[in-house]
Design a protein around this ligand. Structure first.
Ligand SMILES: Nc1ncnc2c1ncn2[C@@H]1O[C@H](COP(=O)(O)OP(=O)(O)OP(=O)(O)O)[C@@H](O)[C@H]1O
Ligand SMILES: [Mg+2]
Length: 195
């Protein structure tokens, strides 16, 4: 089996090769697919992320959720607990800053923070996934640490965690580690996997 490091390189390269037009079409198709997902109705507080490194552009989805009066949250590097993320409310006029990785995040504002357990849905970025819901991220372990105690499904079986990815990020099998948090749902421009 290909190692995790090799898979990351391969799939990151693959998504970076997508043209601007392919990226735009994928982002639009993904937004429509998430909005058609039957579970969305029950989700008011939804965490997303701002894309980088060829990740699927989440802006069309963020705008679609705002239009539907959903509350959108973005991750910030936790200021005290190294390696963890916290989530903060995100509006069109939220002041932003660049974190230590050069990724824009909302300017820290305590009243706007949302405890992870109270989010109805957390959409995660990923580098590669397989049809069983295994997820390979960029290698920082941020989502794995943050979601270690998060219930991936609601009491009625709806997914509370959803990976977002281009179809070309699917691989046959991800070599997993004990700490990897699996995904109960993965949405691509073409389909929703519910492993
Ligand atoms: N729950 C955890 N507690 C402590 N360390 C963890 C935990 N989860 C992951 N790690 C550490 O994080 C490192 C990176 O993990 P991994 O390779 O799975 O990252 P990833 O899933 O690609 O990244 P991310 O979660 O940021 O998308 C590993 O060395 C692992 O030891
Ligand atoms: Mg992991």
């Amino acid at each position: 089996m290909t190692s995790r490091t090799e898979l990351r390189q391969l799939i990151r390269h693959r998504r970076q090769q997508l043209s601007h037009q392919q990226q735009q079409q994928a982002a639009q198709a993904l937004a429509e697919r998430v909005c058609q997902w039957s579970g969305l109705e029950d989700c008011q507080h939804i965490a997303l992320y701002l894309s980088n490194d060829g990740e699927l552009d989440t802006w069309p989805l963020i705008h679609a959720l705002w239009q539907r009066q959903k509350h959108v949250y973005l991750p910030l590097l936790h200021p005290f607990t190294s390696g963890h993320l916290i989530f903060q409310h995100f509006l069109p006029n939220t002041p932003m800053r660049h974190n230590q990785f050069g990724i824009p995040e909302p300017d820290w504002s305590c009243p706007d923070l949302m405890p992870v357990a109270q989010l109805d849905l957390i959409a995660t970025p990923l580098v590669a996934f397989d049809a069983k819901g295994n997820r390979l991220g960029m290698g920082g372990g941020f989502y794995d640490r943050t979601l270690a105690n998060f219930a991936g499904q609601s009491a009625d079986g709806r997914a509370r965690l959803m990976g977002l990815a281009h179809d070309c990020q699917q691989v046959d099998a991800i070599p997993t580690e004990a700490w990897d948090v699996p995904l109960p749902a993965i949405c691509t421009p073409r389909q929703i996997f519910l492993p």
